[in-house]
Design a protein around this ligand. Structure first.
Ligand SMILES: [Zn+2]
Length: 272
């Protein structure tokens, strides 16, 4: 099992868990394949998104477990669940045994970390999408939930309480911050400019390549071909010119600021 982190666009999920820590798992099938699903679940704005997107040994940790995914067509269950999108086997067959095994490993690990009531039980703390959705859905298709739940319980029983379970771990905050910064630089490469709103603050910043426009009310600094504007409050005018804001964490901003103020050339490869 290989876990990689792909955090969705900040407009695709809710920060935090407004009804308290998660105590449910809700299982979905992707009605398709991994790469298409990753795109649909991580880019653009609005639902859907998910905590985990799994195909065989490929596990994508997407919405952080401590945040609320938009997966279930039901707000109450979204707030309390860790959600799984499982790739279909070829020909829209139910998710493969390898996919279920990865999901069981993640469920066992998350159940321990978030102190779920054990053993896991269908209809108590594990549901298929069609059991919680506001609208009728065929999801999770032929997914073998009985096997999945039994396997997760077996993994939990074989590892004593207090030990961490399996190779799974919550997405690392530092790795998430690094990834946010990589996204900002990708945006600069694509468009020459990124507009960033720093999570948990009122700080907005713009970062661009060789674009030294004065912007009213914002402090600007240029260094080695990179211009940074920073300021507080509303800069709606900039949104019209340079696109949608990109939300990053305070730690992401620290890393970004460190790269941008570093004296050696390179700046994260922006000019490459
Ligand atoms: Zn579903």
């Amino acid at each position: 099992m290989n876990i990689r982190t792909i955090v969705p666009d900040g407009r695709k999920y809710t920060r935090g868990r407004p009804n308290g820590t998660p105590n449910l798992f809700v299982i979905h099938h992707q009605a398709g394949y991994q790469e298409n699903s990753i795109r649909a679940l991580t880019t653009g704005q609005g639902a859907p998104s998910a905590n985990y997107i799994i195909s065989g040994a490929d596990v994508v940790a997407s919405v952080p477990e401590g945040d609320t995914p938009w997966t279930n067509n039901n707000w109450a269950s979204n707030t309390k669940s860790i959600t799984f999108e499982l790739a279909n086997a070829p020909g829209m067959q139910p998710p493969s045994q390898a996919t279920l095994e990865s999901a069981a490993q993640i469920m066992a690990s998350a159940a321990r970390r978030w102190e779920y009531s054990l053993p896991l039980r269908r209809g108590v703390n594990v549901y298929g999408h069609n059991e919680v959705a506001d609208k009728p859905t065929a999801c999770p298709g032929g997914t073998n939930l009985s096997w999945l739940i039994a396997r997760a319980n077996q993994i939990l029983e074989s590892s004593p309480p207090g030990s961490s379970v399996g190779a799974a771990a919550p997405p690392d905050q530092e790795a998430l911050a690094q990834q946010e910064v990589a996204r900002v630089f990708a945006e600069i490469r694509r468009s020459g400019m990124a507009y960033i709103h720093v999570k948990g603050t009122k700080t907005h910043i713009l970062v661009g390549v060789d674009a030294r426009y004065p912007i009213k009310g914002l402090k600007s600094e240029s260094k080695r071909g990179i211009t940074t504007w920073s300021g507080q409050g509303e800069i709606a005018l900039c949104r019209d010119i340079w696109g949608e804001p990109r939300l990053i964490s305070a730690r992401g901003y620290e890393i970004l600021a460190d790269i941008l103020t570093r004296d050696e050339p390179g700046n994260g490869g922006v000019r490459a």
